[in-house]
Each structure stands twice: as structure tokens, then as C-alpha cells.
Write a protein that binds this ligand. Structure first.
Ligand code: SF4
Ligand code: SF4
Length: 357
């Protein structure tokens, strides 16, 4: 039903009939939304709506300093670094964890933080360091694991980031005109509606939380076009089958117990106030940066010619980067947005998205 082609065409017609100006710029901040939009060719259905991808992939924006730290640790004698598959190939200032493995480093790909803790239990002679990455979607599992009394030889590199402060930051930067936001579905199942409300009201930008099917996205856009036309600067929820106003209260409690909010560095964007999660002092024994006395220089530039920063801030579409599909491909990625499955460049390369199907 949510992939019904004739219904999708009807919603697209509704949108097109209500587009009273030449262009509406709507940004989303979610890798799966970008996949749906590109894979199903949604942009081709609604030519007056400029659907821009923002920083929707936690792997693309992960701090290169943390990657460098993970690489250094993985090369130490008694350390095993665990990571999700997407993060394995992303370079820090020079090397990725995959490079480190090639140099003899100890790195394991895991599917969840539970697997990492299991490895720590089974290998008491090793220090297991988990690269704890993700937005509000994965932060609750990290928090729950820290609260579950993991073994002493387990620690994490905290790299969790928060989406609403990034949305506010992009609005404050003002580099791209943003008429409305599609808010991410999974993130919103955790945080609910409230964290977006203050931003929508103070910055006068309408927002709609949308699910991941093509009709979810199209209905979300239709709601936004109506809100923009009516000057309604609030937050509406299209994804009511999964998102409650208050979010997932239990998950939020776990996060609050374990983490404190801090400023954080987003690759391609820079420091964003209040957008990161650090372990609270009482859990610092699980912070690999405290446990190991390893120095990592904060010295990083994007690879020459790579415009991932502009892609992540919604300034250009992936195919506007001169390296796209010529020098930079998923087999030979130049920047992080081509490495990760949720990266905009990788999605554009694989699915194109120029026709609706
Ligand atoms: S975790 Fe889910 S909501 Fe967040 S960016 Fe990825 S797909 Fe979107
Ligand atoms: S195409 Fe490659 S080099 Fe260009 S912005 Fe994307 S990842 Fe970076």
C-alpha cells in the first residue's frame, strides 16, 4: 500500500498543484530517506520541490580524530577494536580501520554492541574497544550496555551525535535556504516530537516527521508544502505508526543516565554546539580516551577535490562534485559520503534516481 504507484502519482499531483512558486527547498537528514527518495526516483515526480539531503549518515560525519584513535588503539598489542561494517572503510586523517587490519591491527566487525561485549567476555586477556557510533537511534543500546555492568576489559570511543542541534546549526549557518524539514523516522521514534518544536517555532521552519516508504515521503512533502503555503511553523507527524509525541521514554532515560550533552565535531560541518554525547563522569572507566593514554592530533582536511562538506551541508547534490563517478566510486571512494551505505554520494551512484518507478 505504501508503495502503491497510482497513489504515489496522486500525491505527487496534489503536491505539484499546490506549488505556487518556482522552488520549495526541503531538507531531510536521514540516510534511509535519501535512499527512498533516490531509489524510487521521487525527485523526478515533483520538479518544483528541491529535496536536499543534509547530514543524514552518522558514518559520513564521524569525527576523524576518533577514527585515528581507533586505528592507533587497534595497532596496540593487547587491544581489539570492534566496529560496525560501514565504519570499517572510512579513513581518519590517513588510515581506516581496514587499513589498520592490513597493517596487522586487531579489528573485528560486529553487528551490535552486544557482540562487542561478548568478545570482551570471551577474551579476558584483551582490551575490547567498541567504536560507538550513531545518532539517537543507537545511543540507547550503548547506554543500556554501559548500565548492564559490562566486563572491565570493555570500553567505547563515544561518537554518538544528536540530530536536532545539527538541524538548528544548518539553519543558523544560513548557507542554504531551507523552507521545511523532513525529520528522520528512526531518530524520532526515540526522541519524539518535542525536541524539534522549539527549532520550528524559533526559526519559523515547518517540519514533518516521516516514515521511510515512498508514500510516507510524498505525504510528508505534501504536508510540508501546505504548511509552507499557510505559514504554519510547527511540527507534524506523518509517521504515527511508529513515533509517539513523547518518544521512547525508557530509551531517553537510559541515555540521560549514561550520557551528558557536549559540543561535537561533525566532519564536513565543524563543531556543532550541544550535538554530541559524552559518558558521564561516573562511567569514565568505560571511556577508551580516559582508559588509554593515547594522543591523537586534531589535524584533518577533506581529501583534495572532495566536496563531502558541501554535500553534507546541502549546498550541492552528489553529482555536482567534479569527482563523482569519475574518480570517486564505491569501489574507489575518495570521501566518506561514497563509503557508507547511507552516504548521499554512494546512494546517488548506485540508484541514480532520475526516473520514478
Ligand atoms: S539511523 Fe535511521 S533515522 Fe537515523 S539516519 Fe540512519 S536511517 Fe535515518
Ligand atoms: S563524490 Fe566522492 S569526492 Fe565527491 S563529495 Fe562525494 S564522496 Fe566526496
Amino acid at each position: 500500500m505504501l508503495r502503491d504507484k497510482s497513489l504515489a502519482l496522486k500525491v505527487a499531483k496534489y503536491i505539484n498543484e499546490r506549488c505556487s512558486r518556482d522552488k520549495y527547498t526541503i531538507m531531510h537528514v536521514c540516510g534511509t530517506h535519501e535512499y527512498t527518495i533516490t531509489h524510487f526516483g521521487i525527485r523526478s515526480l515533483i520538479p518544483k520541490v528541491d529535496l536536499r539531503a543534509g547530514p543524514g549518515c552518522p558514518v559520513c560525519v564521524a569525527s576523524p580524530v576518533n577514527i585515528d584513535l581507533a586505528v592507533k588503539l587497534s595497532l596496540m598489542d593487547n587491544v581489539l577494536v570492534t566496529t560496525f561494517g560501514d565504519m570499517f572503510k572510512v579513513r581518519g586523517s590517513k588510515f581506516s580501520l581496514m587499513d589498520s587490519k592490513g597493517m596487522g591491527g586487531r579489528v573485528s566487525i560486529v553487528y551490535s554492541i552486544h557482540d562487542a561485549v561478548e568478545l570482551a567476555r570471551r577474551n579476558p586477556d584483551l582490551e575490547v574497544v567498541h567504536f560507538a557510533i550513531g545518532f539517537e537511534t543507537t545511543a540507547p543500546s550503548t547506554a543500556a550496555m554501559i548500565l548492564s555492568n559490562p566486563p572491565e576489559n570493555f570500553s567505547i570511543i563515544p561518537t554518538h551525535l544528536l540530530i536536532p542541534p545539527a538541524m538548528l546549526h544548518l539553519l543558523n549557518l544560513g548557507e542554504v535556504r531551507i523552507d521545511g524539514f523532513i525529520c528522520p523516522g528512526h531518530v524520532s521514534t526515540i526522541i519524539g516530537v518535542k525536541p524539534y518544536l522549539g527549532i520550528a517555532c524559533s526559526k519559523r521552519v515547518p517540519m514533518v516527521i516521516a516514515g521511510f516508504e515512498p508514500l510516507d515521503v510524498l505525504i510528508g512533502v505534501a504536508m510540508l508544502i501546505d504548511m509552507i503555503n499557510n505559514g504554519e511553523c510547527t511540527v507534524k507527524n506523518e509517521y504515527t505508526r511508529a513515533v509517539r509525541f513523547e518518544g521512547n521514554v525508557k530509551a531517553l532515560e537510559f541515555m540521560d543516565k549514561v550520557f551528558k550533552v557536549s559540543d561535537a565535531y561533525w566532519r564536513g560541518i565543524g563543531f556543532i554546539p550541544n550535538s554530541g554525547l559524552e559518558l558521564r563522569d561516573e562511567f569514565s572507566m568505560f571511556d577508551a580516551r580516559v582508559k588509554f593514554d593515547v594522543n591523537v592530533e586534531a589535524d584533518y582536511n577533506m581529501p583534495p577535490g572532495c566536496r563531502c562538506g558541501d554535500v553534507l551541508r546541502g549546498l550541492i547534490m552528489p553529482w555536482e562534485c567534479p569527482l563523482f563517478a569519475k574518480v570517486c566510486t564505491p569501489e574507489n571512494p575518495v570521501g566518506p559520503c561514497m563509503v557508507s551505505f547511507e552516504g548521499s554520494c554512494s546512494i546517488a551512484y548506485k540508484y541514480g534516481g532520475f526516473t520514478f518507478h
